[in-house]
Structures are given as structure tokens and as C-alpha cells.
Design a protein. Structure first.
Lengths: 308, 169
């Protein structure tokens, strides 16, 4: 096939040896990435290298949708305009009431001496594409560390919680959807204030309340909002609506299946919230500190005893 | 006399062709597909092609690096695609002499088996990492890739073949 002479003698190591080399390299990388998270720097650089291709790949789709919207008829625009205007009217009314309520709440809060809540900073972002990983529910947005996105920030759309930022690259961020199996959101039932934790339902696209007692006061069509007690999600964001409750005499727990409030798999624009409230410091965990050796800790204890 | 595709004398491959084909394949992979289990892995397809045709130019090192870029771009576990593509390249090189003896249809069968093996390796990695089985549609991607093989190999050989025809005239 080639005009070059067959180089019988310069073939390097046998393919099987190379396979073993690269397979063990991959496995080592897998373990480092999954267990220790040491590979994040390498990942950031590689993601930066892939960014132009990703941007180029999403461009034609954006162009198509832009062209489609260009050719939308005038009647549609007029109709949409009217609908939006009526919506804006109701919203402005709501906004006025919200402002009044907020002022009142702030006053009451001051009265009871609670900490004043600071404004939540909002970064609007556009969804670039869904994660190309059928094993997890993720999506990529076009805002990254340079725009001020931080890992752990909650992500919402206009109707509720979409998920949480789990990895931040310089120009792109990765959002784990609320329906991912590893994602958990502390919630509260609006009707009676019952607290629970909503877990992702995986491929079914639903949410699940686990470990709810079989006699818990929860009904279908109950609305769930974030409770805010985790310090990550601000309180009061709509999360889901209870769809189905299965109470089984054999189990101590009821199975509560909920439908997410946000368009988790729809829509193109999301908001990244970065909550800058002055949180109280977390209580110190009684962990065996990493840098202190056992002997150092013993010495400290002796010192404490001497002081006492 | 009509020569079969494997018997034609081809121009030596240019490095630019290989790089351009990999860039195009990465581009196709990064398109915002709706359900990724049903879409063939274009990088894997192009990789098999070059491993079968040019085992001395494209080998496991190239496969591994492409796998890392794919992993980072898709935000999956670093090393998952690297492992799958290394296996893919190994099988491609190992079977390269055999595959070229067959016509496009039987070649596609071989390629389908290789793609399924690579997908299986990725699946094992994810199951070991604690993820759920994503459902049987996951085998559709490799099968679609195998179905695309005759078209892909014809397209990828085009630059070398056209040059050869010009030379004979």
C-alpha cells in the first residue's frame, strides 16, 4: 500500500506490549481521577484544547435555529408579543408584591435578630450541549471560571432547579442535572413544611424522595421547594411536584416519585446562582488532621493539659 | 481489468489527511446529538480505518491521546475513552492484514465486533465506577458505526485514490 520499503526491523515494541502499557496507563488515570481527583489540572488543559472544536460543532445548530427564527412569520411575532406583554404585566404586579414582602420580611428578620440575607448573584448562561455520556445526566453551559462560576453553585431555569455545577473549566462548566442518580437536593413540602431529600431517579427523568416514613404526611400534587438548610441551594426554589406515592406494608419507607419543576431536559438558557450569604462557619469536624502527626497531636494534648 | 479496492495501488498517505480526518471526526462527535447511545462514534471509526490501513503511522499512542481529549471534552471519567480507544487500535492493528482481504460488507462485520468490544470496555469501566447500566440501546451506536464503515472507508481513501487516477492519465 505504501511505496516506502517494508521496515522489518524498526517496528518498536509488539502491539500487545503497547496495549498493556496504555491500558495500565488508562486504568491508573481512571483510579486517580475517580478516587483522588488529582487529574483535574490535566482535565482543564485538555478541555481547553477541545473547546474550539466543541464551539465549532455547536455553531451550525445555533445558526439553523437563528435562521429558523429569522423566518418566523409576523403573525407569530405579534401573537407572542401580546402574550409576553400580558405576562410582563402579571409579573410586574408580582414583583411589586415581592418587593413589599421582601421589605417586610427583612424588617421582621431584623426584629428577631436573624442574619440579613444578601442578594443572590445571578449569571445567565446558555446550554451548549448535553453531556455525551449515557451513564450520567449532565449538560455543559458556556460560562466558566473566567465568568465567575464556582463549583457547587445551583443552576435554575425560569421554573425551578435544574441542577448543580459540578466541574468548572475556564470557559465551560459542567452541570449535573437534578435527575442524576448521584444528585441530592434538600427539599421541603410547601403545604406543611415537611423536610426531605430529593434524589435523582436516573434514566426515568424523575426525582425520588427516599427514606420517607410510610405514614409521612405527603400527598400527590404536593409542591416541593428547596429548604435551604444545606447552605448550597437558596431556600424557596421550586424543585418538583409529587406524582405518585407507593406505600407498601412490607417496607418501612414510602416510595415517593416526583416530577421535576424545571425543564431539566428542555430549554436553552439557565441561571447560575452564586449565593454569597455570610454563612456561619461549619462546625469543626473531629477529623484526624492531615498535617499533624500522631506524636504532634499527643504533644498538643499534653500542652492543653498543662494549661489546664 | 477492474481491481478490487484492496488491490489498487494507492498514493502514499499524507499526514495532513490523517490529521484532518481526526479533526472532522472529533467535530462530528461533539455535535449536540439528542441521544448519544444511538449515534456512532466517528472518532472510533476513523481510528480503526487508519489502524487497519496505516498501522505504522497511527497506533496506540495516537488512540490514547484522542481518548483523553474525548474524555475531557465530554466530561466523563478521565481514561475511559483512552482505554476503549487503545483496545480498539490494538484490535485494528492485530486484524489489519485479515480485514483487508475481505469486501466492504465482511469488513464491516469485523469493524462492528471491534466497536462492540471497545464499547464493552467502556461499559465495564463505568459499571466498576458505580454507574447504572444505560440500557440496551447502547449497542446501537457500534452497530450504526459498522453500517457506516463502507461509506467511511470509501471517503477516507478518496484523497489517495484520486491522486492515483490523475497520475495514470
Amino acid at each position: 500500500m505504501d511505496h516506502t520499503p517494508p521496515p522489518f526491523f524498526k517496528r518498536g515494541p509488539a502491539p500487545l506490549v503497547r496495549l498493556f502499557f496504555f491500558a495500565s496507563l488508562s486504568l491508573a488515570l481512571l483510579v486517580i481521577d475517580a478516587r483522588f481527583r488529582y487529574a483535574d489540572g490535566l482535565r482543564t488543559w485538555l478541555a481547553l484544547a477541545a473547546y474550539p472544536l466543541q464551539r465549532a460543532a455547536t455553531a451550525p445548530v445555533e445558526l439553523l435555529s437563528a435562521a429558523g427564527s429569522f423566518f418566523s412569520t409576523q403573525a407569530q411575532l405579534v401573537e407572542e408579543n401580546e402574550r409576553l406583554r400580558s405576562k410582563a404585566l402579571t409579573y410586574s404586579h408580582d414583583a411589586q408584591r415581592y418587593e413589599a414582602a421582601q421589605a417586610e420580611a427583612a424588617q421582621l428578620r431584623r426584629l428577631i435578630g436573624a442574619q440579613e440575607r444578601l442578594e443572590v448573584r445571578v449569571i445567565p448562561a446558555e446550554i451548549m450541549y448535553n453531556g455525551r455520556d449515557p451513564y450520567a445526566h449532565k449538560l455543559f453551559i458556556d460560562r466558566g471560571a473566567t465568568h465567575g462560576v464556582r463549583p457547587g453553585s445551583p443552576v435554575t431555569d425560569e421554573s425551578g432547579v435544574v441542577g448543580q455545577v459540578t466541574r468548572v473549566h475556564p470557559l465551560v462548566s459542567e452541570v449535573t442535572l437534578a435527575t442524576d442518580r448521584d444528585q441530592a437536593i434538600p427539599v421541603q413540602v410547601v403545604r406543611n413544611g415537611l423536610r426531605a431529600v430529593a434524589f435523582g431517579g436516573g434514566a426515568s427523568g424523575s426525582l425520588e424522595l427516599r427514606f420517607m416514613a410510610a405514614n409521612a404526611d405527603i400527598q400527590t400534587n404536593d409542591r416541593l421547594v428547596t429548604s435551604g438548610i444545606d447552605g448550597t441551594y437558596p431556600a424557596g426554589l421550586p424543585v418538583a411536584t409529587v406524582m405518585r406515592i407507593e406505600r407498601d406494608a412490607e417496607n418501612a419507607f414510602a416510595r415517593v416519585v416526583c416530577r421535576p419543576a424545571a425543564g431539566v431536559d428542555r430549554g436553552r438558557f439557565v441561571l447560575v446562582l452564586s449565593d454569597e450569604t455570610a454563612k456561619p462557619p461549619r462546625p469543626q469536624e473531629a477529623d484526624p488532621s492531615k498535617d499533624k502527626s500522631r506524636r504532634g497531636r499527643l504533644r498538643d494534648r499534653e500542652k492543653d493539659a498543662a494549661v489546664r | 481489468m477492474q481491481l478490487s479496492a484492496s488491490q489498487q495501488i494507492l498514493q502514499p498517505v499524507r499526514l495532513g489527511t490523517i490529521i484532518a480526518s481526526f479533526a472532522l471526526a472529533l467535530f462530528l462527535n461533539f455535535l449536540p446529538w439528542r441521544d448519544l447511545r444511538l449515534v456512532p462514534d466517528f472518532v472510533a471509526l476513523v481510528l480503526i480505518f487508519w489502524c487497519v490501513r496505516q498501522p505504522r503511522l497511527v497506533g496506540l499512542g495516537v488512540a490514547w491521546s484522542l481518548g483523553l481529549v474525548t474524555d475531557a471534552g465530554n466530561g466523563v471519567l478521565l481514561g475511559q475513552h483512552a482505554l476503549a480507544y487503545s483496545l480498539l487500535a490494538f484490535l485494528g492493528i492485530w486484524l489489519s492484514r485479515r480485514i483487508l482481504w475481505f469486501g466492504p460488507g465482511l469488513q464491516a462485520l469485523h469493524v462492528g465486533a471491534i466497536l462492540l468490544a471497545a464499547q464493552g470496555a467502556a461499559l465495564l469501566v463505568r459499571l466498576a465506577a458505580g454507574n447504572d447500566f444505560p440500557g440496551w440501546p447502547i449497542v446501537i451506536g457500534p452497530l450504526a458505526g459498522a453500517a457506516l464503515w463502507p461509506v467511511a472507508s470509501w471517503l477516507l481513501l478518496l484523497p489517495q485514490r484520486r491522486a492515483a487516477r490523475e497520475q495514470t492519465i
